[in-house]
Design a protein around this ligand. Structure first.
Ligand SMILES: Nc1ncnc2c1ncn2[C@@H]1O[C@H](COP(=O)(O)OP(=O)(O)OP(=O)(O)O)[C@@H](O)[C@H]1O
Length: 392
């Protein structure tokens, strides 16, 4: 029989353990009679948040491409969004839709030699695209930081948690080790790690998964960043721990007032956490708006498919309804709507519009901040009559 590890002592456990459009100028072309072009309008949507609040992070017409031996991988295309302080944007989409690649571009984490990034990423008004690695390093971990799915990849196994927190703080603050230690202990306490002085001297492997994620969050927030990007922060955790980490992020956001970009494929997490939602498919935004608009009145068949594929308790005996088919190759995106090959509604659009013309990202009601990229005319009535009843 094995002796319980020290971290399993009840008093030390965290709650969870007790259970391509860059050709135009920045302003874009303006037709004197018809106003700005669609590309320009889409780009400007980046600077207008669905809430109407002034954004802290503004991403406009972002494109991320990787030259590879097989050709150019267009991982992100024409992506625009914005996040004000105190607000959470959830970016959702299936695996490979470009969620992580776009967020790593915001953090400046791509290998410069192997990545082509165009467009604009402004943080508090300052342009990040084109900054030197040195300048980005000063911002990363300070004004913006990232929480990863797997804290083990970000926590060094050979340094104590305390040491890593102290170093993370001292990189951006000229303070003594004692002052930094005080801040580290405060952070451990803030993220709900019991007995901070003892935990301070322990190594990552001495922490449980949930505790490691808390330590990672402490590390991300130690410099009081105004932007936090959380990439699937709870995917590797069990459901109870997931809920506690999400609560923690929610509470910390209230305390720190930061803008959060939450990357997830879990629409349950979105409903719980998000103020705004951006749905990505094959590297493009296909629907964007407040969480209320996107979740209660979705207007894009891909979003419908994502919502329909959520397993529900009441449908426990029914088969899961995943979206049929696979996303297109990013090496060779189709001419029309990237979702057309999988879309069950494609025949309801006249002619071959869906397969030949990329739909613009347009306001769903002809105006307003809720936008979707789809040629279907009667999206509202199809949703009400056919999709909503299936969602139960
Ligand atoms: N360095 C790279 N070189 C070539 N292709 C890449 C590179 N990095 C990412 N990709 C491709 O870009 C696409 C988008 O990847 P990304 O990781 O952003 O998807 P995601 O939506 O975050 O998916 P997941 O939920 O699985 O993390 C994928 O097809 C991926 O294979």
């Amino acid at each position: 029989m094995s002796t319980p590890a020290p971290e399993d002592r009840a008093e030390d456990r965290a709650p969870e353990d007790k259970k391509d459009s860059m050709a135009e100028s920045a302003a874009g072309p303006v037709d004197a009679k018809r106003g700005p072009s669609v590309a320009t309008r889409e780009r400007r949507q980046g600077s207008i948040n669905p809430s109407g609040e002034t954004p802290y992070l503004v991403v406009e017409d972002l494109a991320v491409k990787f030259p590879t031996a097989d050709g150019l991988v267009s991982a992100v295309n024409g992506l625009s969004y914005s996040v004000p302080l105190g607000r959470t944007l959830a970016i959702v989409g299936e695996s490979g839709s470009g969620k992580s690649v776009s967020s790593m571009a915001v953090m400046g984490l791509h290998d410069r030699k192997r990545t082509r990034i165009t467009g604009s990423i402004r943080l508090g008004g300052d342009e990040l695209v084109g900054l030197s690695e040195n300048d980005l390093m000063k911002i990363r971990g300070d004004a913006m930081s990232m929480v990863f799915q797997d804290p083990q990849s970000s926590l060094h196994p050979l340094y104590t948690i305390g040491n890593q927190l102290v170093e993370a703080y001292r990189v951006h603050h000229k303070v003594s080790k004692d002052v930094a230690k005080k801040r580290a202990l405060e952070m451990l306490d803030l993220v709900g790690i019991p007995n901070p002085p003892r935990r301070f001297s322990q190594y990552p492997h001495e922490f449980s998964g949930g505790m490691r994620q808390r330590a990672m969050i402490a590390m991300s927030l130690i410099n009081d960043p105004k932007l936090v990007i959380a990439d699937e922060p709870t995917t590797a955790l069990d459901v109870t721990v997931q809920a506690q980490i999400l609560d923690l992020l929610n509470n910390l956001q209230k305390e720190f007032g930061s803008a959060i970009v939450l990357i997830t494929h879990d629409l349950g997490v979105v409903a719980e956490m998000a103020d705004d939602v951006l749905v990505m498919y094959a590297g493009r935004c296909v629907e964007y708006g407040t969480a209320e608009d996107v979740l209660a009145n979705p207007r894009m068949p891909y979003t419908w498919g994502l919502l329909e594929s959520i397993p529900t308790v009441s449908a426990a005996n029914e088969r899961l309804r995943p979206i049929k088919g696979l996303p297109p190759s990013l090496l060779n995106l189709p001419d029309g709507c990237s979702f057309s090959a999988r879309c069950p509604y494609v025949e309801r659009v006249k002619g071959e519009l869906c397969t030949t013309q990329l739909p613009d990202l347009l306001p769903v009601d002809g105006a307003g901040a809720h936008t979707s990229r789809c040629h279907l005319h009667d999206k509202a009535s199809i949703y009400e009559a056919e999709v909503a009843p299936r969602l139960g």
